[in-house]
Design a binder for this molecule. Structure first.
Ligand SMILES: [Fe+2]
Ligand SMILES: [Fe+2]
Length: 378
């Protein structure tokens, strides 16, 4: 079960025709909920829900620029970043003629554009959290979001994954979960501005809480939290038109989505800084114990306890999450569905999971001793 990357539009990408192949704007939908709007059909309606507009001026025609100017008043209520080639006199003059906007060099490193947008969009990321959110939860939320963004950048650019930030996020989240339970974390995750990261954040929290419930050692608890944050990294390579599709997927589209664990393997394979356990979680979290999962059809004897745990937490999160095109199902309904999956899932582990969520109430699972010994499942 998978999440959708991006639900609510935050950025409108404005281009005269399709985005040029070398435009950094093509990568923004991986980081933010974004929608492409054709320059010539700009109207107040097409930008009304945007927090920010990014205008690609490359290949803009006179007709496009005229439409852009006409719509500028409506755009002016949101920050506008114009992507230009600073060496191009024509583009810089066009940008200047538009009036107030920030210019960003098309060839500048992607991270600079992301930082610029973050400063405009995400400055209130933690401000949206409930007032009584515990300090540890807020800090874990801040760090985990920073990590997820850096992870996406690594996947796009093939650069090293920031393990220090990943470890710090896992440590902070484990601390928050052990002190305050899962509820504040889920409340924080639900305030997220888009669905882009919320699934990974939820899976990380649920997995950490469950590992604690099973009495796993602290290091393993941190490892499954880290694995939860990373597990769907392969979706970075799935076209957004498929990943964000609100309607039922065709068989062909489903096949493409089901490639994300293989893409995850491809992204993580050269990354020696990432542990084997985390790589396995990313590659195997859709495997089922009866061999009917994907991509490899592994049977239970080859699926580790960490991966089994992740599969349960992933499915539970996907079923209970609210998406753009569906409501989440209540926890009890989710369990009914998972119970019916029978030999696909580790049933002993699933019973423990139900015990944690139902008998003790999802959010009230408080402090399970971090250092208790214990095996995989009850
Ligand atoms: Fe997932
Ligand atoms: Fe997945």
């Amino acid at each position: 079960m998978d999440s959708s990357w991006g639900q609510r539009v935050e950025i409108v990408l404005i281009s005269d025709g399709p985005l040029p192949v070398d435009s950094p704007a093509r990568k923004l939908p991986f980081f933010f909920a974004a929608r492409l709007v054709d320059m010539v059909s700009l109207s107040p309606r097409t930008v009304v829900d945007a927090k920010i507009a990014v205008v690609e001026l490359q290949d803009a025609t006179d007709a496009g620029l005229t439409a852009l100017k006409a719509a500028w008043d409506h755009l002016a209520s949101v920050p506008v970043i114009c992507l230009v080639d600073r060496k191009s006199r024509r583009e810089t003059i066009q940008a200047a003629a538009l009036g107030s906007s920030q210019l960003c060099d098309r060839d500048a490193p992607l991270i600079l554009l992301l930082k610029r947008i973050n400063a405009l969009v995400n400055e209130d990321l933690c401000a949206a959290l409930p007032e009584d959110a515990p300090a540890q939860t807020v800090e874990a939320y801040r760090k985990s979001n920073a990590f997820l963004q850096s992870l996406c950048l690594s996947a796009v650019e093939g650069s090293p994954i920031q393990m220090n930030l990943l470890n710090a996020s896992a440590e902070e989240l484990l601390e928050a979960l052990s002190l305050h339970g899962l509820s504040p974390w889920l409340e924080a995750v639900h305030t997220h501005h888009s669905g882009t990261y919320s699934h990974s954040l939820m899976v990380a929290g649920v997995a950490g809480m469950f590992a604690m419930h099973l009495g796993w050692p602290e290091e393993e608890c941190k490892e499954v939290i880290a694995g939860g944050l990373v597990h769907d990294i392969g979706k970075m390579r799935i076209p957004l038109s498929i990943l964000d599709k609100p309607d039922k997927l065709t068989e062909e589209e489903r096949k493409i989505i089901n490639k994300h664990p293989v893409f995850g393997r491809d992204i993580l394979k050269p990354r020696l800084e990432v542990s084997v356990a985390i790589k396995k979680i990313a590659i195997q979290h859709h495997e089922y114990l009866d061999g009917s999962g994907y991509p490899l059809g592994l049977d239970g004897s080859r699926i580790s306890a960490q991966v089994r745990l992740m599969t349960i937490c992933d499915i539970f999160s996907a079923l209970t999450e609210i998406r753009a095109y569906k409501d989440g199902v209540p926890a009890r309904v989710a369990f009914g569905i998972m119970k019916k999956m029978g030999p696909k899932l580790d049933q002993a582990m699933l019973s423990s999971f139900m015990d944690m969520v139902l008998k003790r109430d999802l959010g009230d699972v408080k402090r399970t001793p971090l250092h208790a010994s214990g095996g995989a499942a009850a």
